[in-house]
Design a protein around this ligand. Structure first.
Ligand code: FAQ
Length: 325
């Protein structure tokens, strides 16, 4: 029978793998948090690294679509808000990479995997931002979707991830409101501005619904992630919650969501909606979206241009270590 070294923290020396796993699952079932020095199955660690890294990469790549409008914001106020939001996204990426470091994987390794296309980032950031209304739509729909998906993750079983999510969600909430407020302002403007908002919502609605991942019956990871308490809801449950929350907001804004099948279902107590184009999702995740090549090329260039900073920081650290010795 396989034996596994247990963490020094709980004082044990060696345990039977099955009993360790049973105890781990019992802790999850009792809603206890798993911390970095606790024993965990390899699959749990791998799943966390995959999901958290994908999330971190999404935040970092996700700076690009809105960053596109930083130099062309229509007023100083809009520019200051947008700058703050894009900087928040960099911060979210850093908290999340820090959470993966508690699982034994460093940021440099993960960044290399992103650049080598060995890890994913959210499909939504492969769509272009063609007008300034897209800044508002990303805040309203993309951050709105991110909040629906991430609030349950504040109760994720892995402590460092759950704690990072608490702070991220607070900031995402500000992001969502600034997007809604920007769109509301444009909707009170000229006919041209209103048309710009509608056109932007038409482009972003369906890709926003794809952010929640494939339908439950085509999601290979959901069942195990629920058992491990990494995820708290299924992809379809969170997608439905987002739709139910967003339809009344669209009414307040005065925009039409581009789905003729969207209507309230009294019996289900939810909105029904039309079919999502999962072929498009597969294409975009597979690298063939409108901006995949551009997003990765920009990330790769930024990484290359930052090489001297990493070298200087390492040289500085080595010098200080030498002096300390
Ligand atoms: N895009 O079995 P599942 C943000 C992949 S942050 C690309 O259902 P899982 C903030 C999935 O990785 C947005 N790939 O997977 C912001 C898996 O592939 P793998 C990011 C996707 O993990 C706002 C495969 O498909 N948020 O927006 C996508 O159980 C504005 C099968 O899927 C997070 O990452 C997708 N949309 O559930 C920033 C939140 N969906 O790895 C800037 C945390 C699925 O097996 C501006 N993550 N895949 O090869 C999660 O909650 C989960 O990972 C899901 C996917 C729900 C995204």
């Amino acid at each position: 029978m396989t034996t596994v070294g247990a963490s020094a923290a709980d004082g044990a020396t060696r345990h039977d793998a099955t009993s360790l796993e049973a105890r781990f699952q019992r802790n999850i079932d009792r809603d206890r948090r798993i911390e970095p020095r606790d024993w965990m199955p390899d699959g749990y660690r791998r799943t966390l690294v995959r999901q958290i890294a994908q999330h971190a990469h999404s935040e970092i790549i996700g700076m690009q679509p809105e960053g596109n409008w930083l130099t062309r914001a229509p007023s100083l106020r809009r520019k200051a808000i947008l700058l703050a939001k894009v900087q928040d996204e960099a911060g979210h990426g850093m908290y999340l990479y820090a959470a993966t470091e508690t699982l034994g994987v460093d940021r440099g390794t993960l960044t290399q995997k992103l650049i080598d296309r060995a890890q994913k980032y959210s499909s939504i950031f492969n769509y272009p931002t063609l007008t300034f209304a897209d800044v508002g739509t990303i805040g309203w729909l993309v951050d709105g979707a991110a909040i629906c998906n991430q609030v349950p993750l504040c109760r994720s079983s892995y402590g460092p991830y759950a704690r990072a999510m608490v702070r991220i969600c607070k900031e995402e909430s500000f992001h969502q409101r600034q997007g809604f407020e920007l769109l509301l302002t444009m909707m009170a403007g000229t006919a041209e501005q209103r048309a710009m908002v509608q056109e932007s919502v038409d482009r972003f609605w369906w890709p926003s619904l794809m952010m929640f991942g494939p339908p439950d019956d085509a999601s290979p990871n959901t069942a195990q992630s629920l058992r491990w308490g990494i995820k708290r809801d299924t992809n379809d449950e969170v997608r439905q919650k987002f739709i139910d929350m967003t339809v009344p907001q669209a009414e307040v804004l005065g925009v039409t969501l581009p789905d003729p099948e969207l209507r309230w279902n009294e019996r289900r107590g939810h909105y029904d909606f039309g079919a999502i184009d999962w072929d498009e999702f597969t294409r975009v995740v597979g690298g063939d979206g409108p901006c995949n090549t551009q997003r990765l090329a920009t990330r790769r260039r930024a990484h290359d241009e930052g090489a001297w900073v990493r070298e200087a920081a390492s040289a500085w650290a080595a010098k200080h270590a030498e002096r300390a010795r």
